[in-house]
Design a protein around this ligand. Structure first.
Ligand SMILES: [Zn+2]
Ligand SMILES: [Zn+2]
Length: 146
């Protein structure tokens, strides 16, 4: 993977470059221990992304088949949320690769917090659109709900 940090925005050559981005972004200075790239049931990794950073929710919609998925524990708070649609700051595209990074308690004892990162599917610009605290011990299954 290659990340070009020379310009105004970070540009990733591959979807998995999302994993490298938010550590520099440095939310809470907490370490990211695990990362999962979102992949639709149909195999696509291109999504529309709606998120509310205040409520801590995010939803992805597959650009290939239209399937919607509430990311990780978003379902719990989705009803109160006022999500915004992500669009690339550089090129205006709404299609993105999405990945979730997890900060995990010692001994894999639950998710402390997570972030939803994205990479523009058109031009490669990397970003972090939302992130929230989880902070419960029985939350390791969220790694399978990206
Ligand atoms: Zn799909
Ligand atoms: Zn773009």
């Amino acid at each position: 993977m290659t990340i070009d940090t020379s310009g105004k925005w970070w540009v990733g050559s591959e979807p998995t470059d999302i994993a490298e981005y938010p550590e520099a972004y440095g939310s809470d200075n907490a370490e990211v221990h695990d990362f999962r790239l979102a992949r639709c049931k149909c195999g696509s990794i291109s999504f529309l992304l709606d998120a509310d950073d205040d409520e801590g929710v995010a939803r992805r919609t597959c650009t290939a088949c239209g399937s919607e998925h509430l990311i990780c524990d978003s379902e719990e708070f989705w009803d109160e949320a006022q999500p915004e649609r992500w669009a690339c700051t550089e090129c205006g595209s709404e299609a993105a690769n999405i990945g979730v990074g997890f900060s995990i308690y010692p001994g894999r004892g639950g998710v402390r917090w997570l972030y939803v990162g994205e990479r523009c599917a058109a031009c490669g610009v990397l970003g972090c659109f939302a992130g929230w605290k989880v902070g419960t011990g029985d939350s390791m299954d969220l790694l399978d709900k990206v």
